[in-house]
Design a protein around this ligand. Structure first.
Ligand code: PEP
Ligand code: MN
Length: 380
């Protein structure tokens, strides 16, 4: 174990075979919207919410929790299988696809018996490979789409592992859901987004659709619209938004649900940038991208020269038996560089983080003889 390495993500080898969304959601347009209450409460609440949501053209999937994973006992733990016929009714009345969270093979069986269109695995299930294995086994020979939330903790491999287990059971219609990560005191969020994790998933598995759940990331309805816009700017495929006919009276997650009308407005105001460019934009962007490439090359060259000098300094320090870490020098570097950054109008917090990373790596080189570690892939 190398104590100075910067492990961003563990290495993964990914071979996924994912069915494109257009193969199973006819006429799908980005963003795919999945909306509906956190929990089914009464038949009236489910049907009224669904009817109001069904008027919004982008919405294709109706979500509703029936078995609720609650942190503390005594909170509303879901209406259970009693809600399944209500969802069948939603499907019949509105044509929306229905989806339910499943946490056990028994939930799967109940949903299949009631023609639920899509299943989803919740964050608390995805953390547990035993549960994911059992659920996957119960899906062998069943052709049903499954949405997979990220696990509670920021572990990309655990998220990928759940997708792989479903794949091994023969499931190819899969959507990943980014719902943020549990952390202690991360205001203003309920679950910190750590966007770099779903972005890395997108890079590793470009064919896997990823939608974002701003309700569980934000934990408050005031944050949902800005988080949804970020999700679109980062080119994710859709949104799962908790929507309730009367959010203030919801039996679970009442702070983070919005009305169907608020959902309609949110979708209307969303700007949805695409990844494809027209000719003119492409050439203007192309020029600027060339500049960026040049700057990046320069950064890498400069870093490599800096690290070479660091190595030489390390040799001198060793010969003279001087410690690698020198607090006065470190303070001097920080102060001077931050002053310079301020002069150039750079965000000093950001520069400080970079300097700290460089310093950490310099110490690693000086104390461990300077071999390059493969820190991006996490190989140590
Ligand atoms: C939910 O979607 O209501 C839910 C319980 O979500 P999560 O698994 O993301 O906590
Ligand atoms: Mn919820």
């Amino acid at each position: 174990m190398n104590k100075f390495s910067i492990t961003i993500f563990a290495p993964v080898k990914l071979e996924l075979n994912i069915s494109p969304l257009e193969n199973w959601i006819p006429g799908i347009k980005r963003p795919l919207i999945c909306a509906g209450p956190c929990s089914a409460e009464t038949e009236r609440q489910v049907l009224d919410t669904a009817k109001a949501i069904a008027n919004i053209p982008q919405v294709r999937i109706f979500r509703s929790g029936l078995w609720k994973p609650r942190t503390r006992p005594g909170d509303f733990e879901g209406i259970g299988e009693k809600g399944l016929p209500w969802l069948q009714q939603v499907r019949q009345d509105t044509g929306l696809l229905t989806c339910v969270e499943v946490a056990s093979p028994w939930h799967v069986e109940a949903c299949l018996k009631h023609d639920i269109d899509i299943l989803w695995l919740g964050a608390r299930t995805v953390v547990n490979p035993f549960s994911v294995k059992e659920i996957s086994a119960s899906l062998k020979e069943v052709d049903i789409p499954v949405m997979v939330k990220n696990p509670m903790n920021p572990d990309l491999n655990l998220w990928i592992g759940a997708v792989e287990r479903l794949q091994h059971a023969g499931i190819h219609k899969i959507i990943a859901i980014h719902r943020g990560f549990s952390a202690y005191k991360v205001a203003p969020y309920r679950n910190i987004p750590l966007w770099e994790i779903p972005i890395e998933l997108k890079r590793l598995a470009p064919q896997l659709p990823i939608i974002v759940d701003p309700s569980h990331i934000g934990g408050h309805r005031d944050l949902i619209s800005q988080l949804s816009q970020i999700a679109m700017d980062l080119t994710f495929d859709g949104l799962m938004i908790e929507t309730h006919i009367n959010p203030g009276e919801a039996w679970s997650d009442k702070n983070q649900q919005i009305t169907p009308e608020a959902l309609r407005l949110l979708i209307e105001r969303l700007s949805v940038p695409t990844q494809t460019l027209n000719g003119k934009t492409e050439s203007a962007l192309g020029l600027m991208r060339e500049q960026i490439d040049g700057f990046d090359d320069l950064l890498i060259e400069t870093l490599s020269q800096r690290m070479r000098v660091i190595k030489d300094i390390g040799k001198v320090k060793k010969e003279k038996n001087i410690s690698a870490f020198q607090i006065e020098r470190w303070n001097e570097i920080l102060n001077k560089r931050l002053e310079l950054s301020e002069k150039y109008g750079l965000n000093t917090g950001f520069i400080k983080k970079i300097l700290e990373l460089i310093h950490k790596e310099a110490l690693r080189i000086q104390t461990e003889g300077g071999d390059q570690s493969d820190s991006v892939t996490g190989k140590e």
